[in-house]
Design a protein around this ligand. Structure first.
Ligand code: ZN
Length: 650
């Protein structure tokens, strides 16, 4: 037995039973905890936890899972595989400068000029292909040696083809390896889309009481592949670049975007130009722009929990003092996540932008999260989870980005898991209170998965899968990144212990920062920190769909307790029986208790434990360390008594 002190000093000691065994919290008494806040609350919270969950048009009263449909792996007519693969990167995109002039509001029109700095990958290349959806493209040019001040630095016109989806630019001379070029695209944006699909507009109310209500709001949504609907780009998360937006609007509209506001310049005619620079590279789907009449509240400052970092909330005029209180935990959250992840907040500032028209969701754009409008009226308690979720994305999603949508659980699982981490931290120093706050959040994910995830291979896509009909689908599948994802992280923490789990996580962030991660990158970081082989764990819980369904029976024979566990989920050649240690907490009449562990490897396991005295109660996996649901088929019958109700799930 090995005992180890958690690195996070407020987390209780973990107890390791044997090499390879699951750890569990050392419980001073029966580890009871509230089971979430009810299924409806869980679904509502899950639905607002991230923008993309509402892309499918679900109403609040419906589960966040998409209706089950067998995943299509092959086109039956042609035999063609239907897996999705990361898009090829023929050029390294270094920087985008996007100049937008809102020349008309009725109808809304932007005159746009985009300048992309590129260098070829692999070999000299004479064609540049960019994602660009329904843009009104007028001209394309190239500038060679853009840093060579001795040469004429002007753009030469280029020929291009454009079919409304792909912009293909033909260079007059190939771009050589090591050469940096700039291409310039002149275009107009007139195509404003329904919210969540690129650039959208919410028209103002002429009878509104404030400019916020009277004037329109224009806002973007990039995830998953929607930013190519307002600027040409490599619209897939396997490419990082720095970006800047230079946007001119009529007064009193404001523009909020990624990074630092390097200039705000008043122009003739009652206009203002905003110049935002995101100097550290990020992926295209995280580029954001929100235009509206907003007021900004500063939560940072020398007296805040996170001095030195500008932390703003942009809200409708008149809601500033409310959001100052409601979003008031943000600086402390930032400071806590910095300590826990051992990684400084990565960006120049953190803004939370309450955006009219951006209904039902929030989106973790780099350094500038977009929030749904009702957030201006919610309380601190109501906002806590989503503020923590979106903030955690600044590390998990923005600093380290999933390489492709099949790995989205690395973003969403971690952001959701951070909700539990913050609830745990907020509970204070008392270990029992911390454990209860943490496990209450875990129970919501477990509850959602237990009630909704009955699938298996090959019909259902697992948590990590590149089979999806469109890039928004992985966010909504049954093996859900928002519930199974954080549950898997919880299982890893319980199995590895705090010290190893967080050391591995810090190693993952260290290695992958400003990079693109696959699930294997996270697994390897945990393996290096733990010395364990986690291939089977990840294969079972990430690469296979579904969860374990178990019938559990107990027998007491005066000296020992026998436990029989039967796996009832589908078992066949591609869905083998799960392997895990099933913790069972045994309680005695004097209030003391202990854990026993059933080694479950095949469809059925039976194990006897000499307890020395009769138990009065048992709890199956109270800390939810196995992604499973338990059906008690035979309750424990204590010595000398009638069959009790003991033997319950949690
Ligand atoms: Zn999210």
């Amino acid at each position: 037995m090995v005992s180890m002190r958690s690195r996070c000093s407020k987390w209780p000691v973990v107890h390791k039973t044997s090499e390879g065994a699951l750890c569990s919290l050392r419980v001073p008494s029966l580890p009871m905890h509230p089971i979430g806040k009810g299924p409806m609350t869980a679904y509502v919270r899950c639905l607002i936890a991230c923008w993309v969950l509402v892309q499918g048009g679900f109403a609040f009263a419906q589960p966040s899972f998409q209706p089950f449909a067998a995943v299509r792996r092959i086109d039956p007519d042609t035999g063609r595989g239907l897996a999705n693969w990361p898009h090829a990167r023929h050029f390294d995109h270094k920087h985008m400068r996007l100049e937008l002039d809102l020349v008309s509001l009725d109808p809304p029109v932007f005159e746009a000029r985009e300048t992309l700095r590129l260098t070829p990958i692999g070999r000299a290349r004479s064609q540049i292909r960019l994602d660009a959806v329904d843009l009104d493209i007028g001209s394309v040019g190239v500038r060679r040696a853009p840093d060579d001040r001795s040469r004429l630095r002007r753009f030469e016109g280029l020929s291009f083809t454009y079919d409304g989806q792909d912009l293909v630019i033909s260079l007059d001379l190939p771009a050589e390896l090591g050469e940096t070029i700039e291409v310039s695209i002149g275009y107009r944006i007139t195509n404003f889309l329904p919210q969540g699909q690129g650039l959208s507009i919410s028209l103002g109310d002429p009878d509104g009481e404030t400019d916020s209500e009277r004037l329109p709001v224009i806002f973007s949504q990039g995830q998953s592949e929607h930013n190519s609907k307002w600027f040409a780009c490599h619209d897939f998360p396997n490419e990082r670049l720095s970006t800047e937006l230079i946007v001119t609007v009529d007064d009193p509209l404001q523009v909020v975007s990624n990074g630092t506001l390097v200039e705000r310049k008043s122009l003739a005619g009652g206009r203002t130009r905003f110049h935002w620079l995101q100097s550290q590279p990020h992926v295209n789907y995280l580029v954001t722009m929100v235009i509206g009449a907003l007021e900004r509240v500063e939560l940072g400052g020398a007296d805040s929990a996170r001095p030195g970092l500008p932390i703003g909330v942009w809200a409708p005029i008149g809601r500033g003092e409310h959001v100052r209180e409601a979003f008031g935990e943000t600086p402390a959250m930032i400071a806590y996540f910095e300590r826990l992840f051992d990684e400084p907040y990565p960006w120049d500032k953190y803004d939370q932008v309450i955006t009219r028209g951006f209904d039902f969701g929030a989106m973790e754009n780099t350094s500038a999260t977009t929030f749904y409008p009702y957030a201006a009226y919610q309380s601190r308690d109501e906002l806590r989870s989503i503020v923590a979720h979106e903030l955690a994305h600044q590390w998990f999603g923005d600093l380290v980005t999933c390489k492709g949508w099949e790995h989205i659980w690395l973003n969403e699982g971690w952001a959701s898991y951070a909700e539990a981490l913050w609830n745990e931290e907020l509970a204070g120093d008392d270990p029992a209170a911390r454990r209860s706050a943490y496990l209450s959040t875990v129970a919501e994910w477990a509850d959602a998965q237990r009630r909704g995830n009955f699938g298996s291979s090959p019909e259902q896509a697992p948590l990590v899968s590149n089979f999806y009909a469109n890039p928004d689908e992985p966010f909504m599948k049954v093996d859900n990144p928002y519930s199974k994802g954080p549950w898997v992280l919880h299982m890893l923490r319980m199995g590895l212990g705090d010290e190893v789990f967080f050391a591995g996580t810090r190693g993952y962030l260290d290695r992958m920062r400003f990079g693109q991660a696959e699930t294997g990158d996270f697994r390897r970081a945990l393996e290096e920190a733990s010395g364990r082989s986690l291939e089977r764990f990840f294969e079972q819980w990430c690469m296979r769909p579904g969860i374990a369904r178990l019938d559990v029976g107990f027998t007491w024979d005066e000296s020992s307790m026998s436990v029989e566990v039967v796996q009832t989920q589908r078992i066949d050649a591609i869905n083998p029986a799960y392997h895990f240690l099933l913790p069972i907490y045994v309680q005695f009449a004097d209030g003391s208790g202990r854990y026993v562990y059933v080694n479950v490897e095949g469809p059925m396991a039976r194990q006897a434990f000499r307890l020395g005295r009769a138990p009065v109660d048992v709890r199956i996996d109270p800390n939810m360390t196995v992604a499973g649901e338990y059906n008690i088929v035979k309750s424990l019958q204590p010595a000398g008594g009638a069959e009790s109700s003991a033997g319950t799930n949690q």
